[in-house]
Design a protein around this ligand. Structure first.
Ligand code: FES
Ligand code: MG
Length: 601
């Protein structure tokens, strides 16, 4: 499924007579002093003047892999194949590190670092002699951080995903990244398994190099990078250890050199149509609730109008096609074998759901790339005429609790639907007693407290977990009910919060609530014991108290200095808190948005 067809190299060279950006550094007769200084140090490890001065495209490899970031570590090896592709196409390669972002390793949360990696990469792409860049992506935030930076700078850029790990197995069953943690922690809480077995089960889900093998945020964001047109067709789904992964690395290296000659830039690809395609594909793959945050951030940096309500408008009525955990049962290897993103897109095209003319990095439209890609296994990618679920996108809610929050409908279980969404007199709506937690530590301390009297008519609220309150926004809204309720068969209570949740979680939480409590949102006014009403048909979420009472509470809170949250532990936490936008607006650094297409001067 590696696509080797691209614009012939000779044709690309024909168009390549103009002087490239890198020649401002390496061959600028107007300033021999600076040119000599720029040149001489890059010669000291063996590059020749011919390579740097003859007008060859200088291509960066933005390396996100390292020992600290095992999800992307495989890129250290793949870079050899990228490099060979670049060289074969007549380019010169410069590999450099990107600030590491490891989802499972970084405290307090990896998403704190998305904008830091973004800023660092912008400076590199802007400030060094690069004509184009290969963005090595994988683990959750590495993909948006890289694409956001490429959008801001707007030099030719292509995404190379690292690919998911092989499938995990335990006692004959698939163990999927992350999803197995959420499932097994329930069994640990009820004493069904012990600490050691819990560790062994979770470790079984990581059998090889690569990123999460579920449709978590990594597989989602890499699939959406492909749906946006930013990677070669078929790239996202190839498992990391497969030979095709090395082959597409080579093809990606070749292609970026041609893109430089064609001057094919992110702004040519990242159009409104491309973003709508990403939203549609996200619904069809059962993608992560982190996707709206990251995709909206990319849109803001390239200057395309897109907001969180577009996710419901464009995406809600799209069916679920991909049977991957957490919305389904399979993992990355089956996704690839069934045809990956091109097969999904081709199914969606049959119902006119794809903006087929959107341009992609190979110079063709997404329609040309994906048309007639056959689904090889209809148990993994369902036909559009017989989907897994109808209307499987996100619902976007608003009310006196927040201006917007997202709910992923494709993971609503039958149990949850029966208990909360099946009242014939009040369909798709439920009311309950609020149990309010201020941050994940508060939840862990008090969830088993009998004094809270938590039963199935309660809703769990998590606040203080947004972009400001828990700097970077914690993945903590999918809260497990108390053990006694799980033993009674209640596996999920309605969960609502201003934080995020892992893309590998199958919880139908209402999350990414904006504005967060720490930014003056209505969640800050909520008290344990309040009645709250959620109505999915109307798209509302409200505390059932009068406006007078709400205003009084707001005045009281302000008189006490506003909603309290823990202080910053590092300089970056404080800096970001001072300028970050809310989750519903992409959690971008507000002052960064006005810098667009900065390389074009
Ligand atoms: Fe890195 Fe999931 S933790 S991809
Ligand atoms: Mg995560």
């Amino acid at each position: 499924s590696v696509h080797t067809d691209h614009v012939p190299h000779d044709a690309a060279l024909e168009t390549g007579k103009r002087k490239l950006r890198s020649q401002l550094w390496f061959d600028n007769p107007d300033n021999p002093g600076m040119t000599a200084l720029y040149l001489e140090r890059y010669l000291n490890f063996g590059l020749t003047r011919e390579e740097l001065m003859s007008g060859k495209p200088i291509i960066g490899i933005a390396q996100t892999g390292s020992d600290l970031s095992p999800c992307n570590r495989h890129h250290l090896d793949l870079a050899k194949r990228i490099r060979e592709g670049i060289t074969a196409a007549g380019g010169v390669c410069f590999e450099f590190p990107v600030h590491p972002i490891q989802e499972t390793g970084k405290r307090p949360t990896a998403s704190l670092d998305r904008n830091l990696a973004y800023l660092g990469l912008v400076e590199i792409l802007y400030g060094y002699p690069l004509d184009g860049v290969v963005l090595t992506t994988g683990c959750d935030k590495t993909t948006p951080a890289c694409i956001m930076a490429a959008a801001t700078v707007n030099i030719p850029a292509i995404v190379l995903s690292g690919g998911p790990m092989l499938n995990g197995w335990w006692k004959g069953k698939r163990t999927g990244s992350g999803t197995i943690v959420w499932e097994s922690r329930e069994r640990l809480a009820t004493g069904e398994i012990d600490y050691n077995e819990f560790m062994d089960i979770v470790a079984s889900s990581a059998p090889s190099v690569g990123h999460c093998n579920t449709m978590g945020t990594a597989s989602t964001m890499n699939s959406l990078a492909e749906a946006l047109g930013m990677s070669l067709p078929g790239c996202a789904a190839i498992p990391a250890p497969y030979r095709e992964r090395g082959q597409i690395s080579y093809e990606t290296g070749r292609r970026i050199v041609e893109m430089v000659w064609e001057d094919l830039k992110p702004s040519d690809i990242l159009t409104r149509e491309a973003f709508e395609n990403a939203i549609v594909v996200n619904s069809a793959i059962g993608g992560s609730t982190n996707a709206p945050i990251h995709i909206n951030a990319i849109a803001r940096h390239i200057g395309v109008e897109l907001d969180v309500f577009d996710w419901q408008k464009v995406g809600l009525e799209v069916p679920l096609l991909v049977n991957l955990q957490p919305a389904g049962m399979y993992l990355g290897e089956e996704y690839h074998r069934a045809g990956g993103v091109p097969a999904v897109v081709n199914e969606l095209m049959k119902k006119g759901l794809i903006r087929e003319n959107a341009l992609t990095v190979n110079g063709k439209s997404i329609g040309e790339n994906c048309r007639n890609t056959v689904v090889e296994d209809t148990d993994v990618i369902f036909p559009i005429d017989k989907p897994m679920k109808l209307n499987a996108g996100f619902v976007v809610l608003k009310g006196n609790l927040f201006d917007n929050a997202v709910m992923k409908t494709s993971v609503i279980s039958e149990e949850f639907r029966q208990r909360y969404l099946s009242n014939p007199n009040d369909p798709e709506a439920f009311e309950g007693r609020a149990i309010v937690f201020d941050g994940p530590e508060d939840y862990h301390h008090r969830i088993e407290d009998p004094a809270l009297e938590i039963d199935e008519n309660c809703m769990l609220f998590m606040r203080g977990a947004g972009a400001i309150g828990y700097p970077g926004a914690a993945e903590v809204v999918n809260m497990q009910p108390p053990a006694a309720l799980i033993k009674k068969g209640v596996h999920a209570l309605p969960c609502i919060g201003d934080g995020r949740q892992s893309g590998t979680s199958g919880s139908p939480s209402i999350l990414n609530a904006s504005p967060e409590a720490a930014a003056g949102g209505g969640l800050a006014l909520l008290r344990t014991g309040d009645r709250v009403r959620i109505d999915l048909r109307k798209g509302t979420a409200d505390i059932l108290i009068s406006d007078e009472e709400l205003n009084q509470r707001r005045a009281d809170l302000q008189a006490h200095g506003g909603y309290k949250y823990p202080g910053s532990q590092t300089p970056w936490q404080e800096i970001q808190r001072g300028m970050v936008d809310q989750l519903g607006s992409g959690m971008v650094l507000k002052p960064a948005v006005k810098y667009q297409k900065v390389a074009q001067t």
